[in-house]
Design a protein around this ligand. Structure first.
Ligand code: UT7
Length: 320
């Protein structure tokens, strides 16, 4: 059976690493290190330098993923970038990544599902690989949320960071690979987490707005449901999961899911303390870290889950 096997993951974080106290001082935010840590688990985040963009960071993450996979860029025939902060409205960030990697064949496009973007992009890539439309794909999450934050809104500006993560997928006949993906959206809740306007709107700020506690409530119930959906679809039990690789928005949501699944804390990949919420980049960045230190072993079962603006939410089960 042809599956999309994840060969390796890579990541990129901007050099400017800013802890909570420094962030508060730099942007004049009325907050405290204690509040940010207690409510979100975040200690620091990385912020893109003026010249850095989703495509430059995405290309850097892709290079690391390709190197770890032992795959040359010339083998890549599909590039899908999940981002809500593209370099420009068009061309897609993915074609900029393609050019940066020196690839001149295949196809490249972006997917927008906010913080669920990577899970959506993975699902699209998996479908295309299993249908034969692509053989080797790069799936990338890359974000520069620092550019859409309202630095006068302490309820959001302390929570996000910049970065990119990437995975290399290859069509392989075997047991390893993506077992299933499960995507959901409910646009009735668009107003609780959104960006005010954009290039197709007039008179808007272009800044991120979030009703945090409302999103929190949706996260707890919808993530639990989509995790159970993934397990049921594969006839698997919670005890079968080796690694939870969650979207990194809030340590309280992550730990709650870990407890629900009965996983010891060392089986949950956590980066939110150091990366903050990097939206579509958070899962592939977490995978890059765990891939880099050899945590994932062949045959391990990984559960990925995310929720974000839309609302969108989803999960994926992956055999490493
Ligand atoms: O990635 C997409 C998915 N996103 C999420 O999953 C985010 C989900 N939401 C959350 O993670 C949490 O709701 C937050 C971390 C955003 C907020 O935590 P909370 O416990 O829900 O706090 P809150 O928004 O209810 O605010 C509690 C208090 C308020 O003060 P009062 O009204 O109780 O006096 C806020 O004004 O904390 C205040 N506050 C702050 N204080 C210091 C809000 N932001 C800050 C801040 N520093 N940065």
């Amino acid at each position: 059976m042809i599956r999309s096997r994840i060969l390796a993951a890579g990541g990129y974080l901007p050099a400017d690493c800013v802890d909570n106290a420094t962030l508060a001082a730099r942007f004049g935010i009325d907050t405290s290190d204690a509040w940010i840590r207690e409510r979100s688990g975040i200690r620091q985040r990385h912020l893109a330098a003026p010249g850095e963009t989703a495509s430059s960071m995405g290309a850097a993450a892709a290079r690391q993923a390709l190197e770890r996979a032992g795959v040359g860029a010339e083998a890549v025939d599909a590039i899908i970038v999940a981002t809500a902060t593209p370099d420009s409205s068009f061309p897609a960030t993915a074609v900029r990544v393609q050019a940066a990697l020196g690839i001149t064949h295949g196809f490249a496009f972006d997917v927008l599902a906010a913080c669920t973007g990577f899970v959506y992009a993975l699902a699209v890539a998996d479908s295309m690989i299993r249908s034969g439309a692509a053989r080797t794909a790069l799936v990338i999450g890359a974000e520069t949320y620092s550019r859409i934050l309202d630095w006068t809104d302490r309820g959001t500006c302390v929570l996000f960071g910049d970065g990119a993560g990437a995975v290399v997928l290859r069509a392989e006949d075997g047991e390893a690979g993506i077992l299933s993906t499960h995507l959901h959206a409910d646009g009735r809740h668009a107003g609780i987490l959104h960006v005010e306007g954009g290039p197709g709107s007039t008179g808007t700020s272009g800044l991120l707005r979030m009703a945090g506690p409302e999103v929190f409530k949706h996260a707890v119930t919808k993530l639990a449901a989509v995790v159970d959906e993934a397990l049921a679809a594969n006839g698997l039990a919670r005890a079968d999961i080796d690694w939870l690789v969650p979207h990194q928005a809030n340590i309280r949501i992550i730990e709650g899911m870990g407890r629900k699944l009965g996983l010891p804390t060392e089986r949950v990949v956590v980066t939110v303390d150091r990366h903050a919420n990097t939206s579509a980049a958070s899962i592939p960045l977490a995978m890059a870290e765990a891939c880099g230190d050899g945590r994932f072993k062949p045959g391990d079962l990984l559960l990925l889950e995310a929720i974000g603006g839309g609302l969108t939410w989803g999960s994926a089960l992956v055999r490493w």
